[in-house]
Design a protein around this ligand. Structure first.
Ligand code: ZN
Length: 113
């Protein structure tokens, strides 16, 4: 499964999630962006452990990290790493992160590279 990011046709700046206006060059035409599969590997910038989760998460705690991807984008995702360390290399996968009543929610999950 892929997550798609939005790459500016003019300056190649990559955005996620979608922005109306390019953060690189200010382009704002509706066709200014190409969909590109998001880079999934990067390094851990910071993280936190969440202890009070809603019951539908079905796990006692959750590690959430901010990851700088290899193309410079920063995204938030779940960490499935025994002992997270700042700066460590991670590999991302798109997985179900939460089960809803009618639908499953997908998100990025990072593992030690
Ligand atoms: Zn641009």
């Amino acid at each position: 499964m892929e997550v798609y990011a939005y790459k500016c046709r003019k300056c190649c700046h990559v955005h996620y999630p979608y922005k109306m206006i390019c953060h690189g060059c200010g382009e704002n035409k509706h066709d200014a962006f190409d969909l590109v599969p998001m880079t999934k590997d990067g390094k851990l910038l910071t993280f936190t452990i969440v202890h009070n989760l809603p019951p539908d998460f079905e796990v006692p705690t959750l590690a959430i990290g901010i990851v700088e991807l290899d193309d410079g984008m920063r995204i938030m995702g779940q960490l499935k790493v025994q002992e997270p360390e700042l700066g460590m290399k991670l590999k991302g996968k798109v997985e179900v992160v939460r089960h809803g009543d009618y639908t499953d929610y997908h998100g990025m999950v990072f593992y030690a590279a």
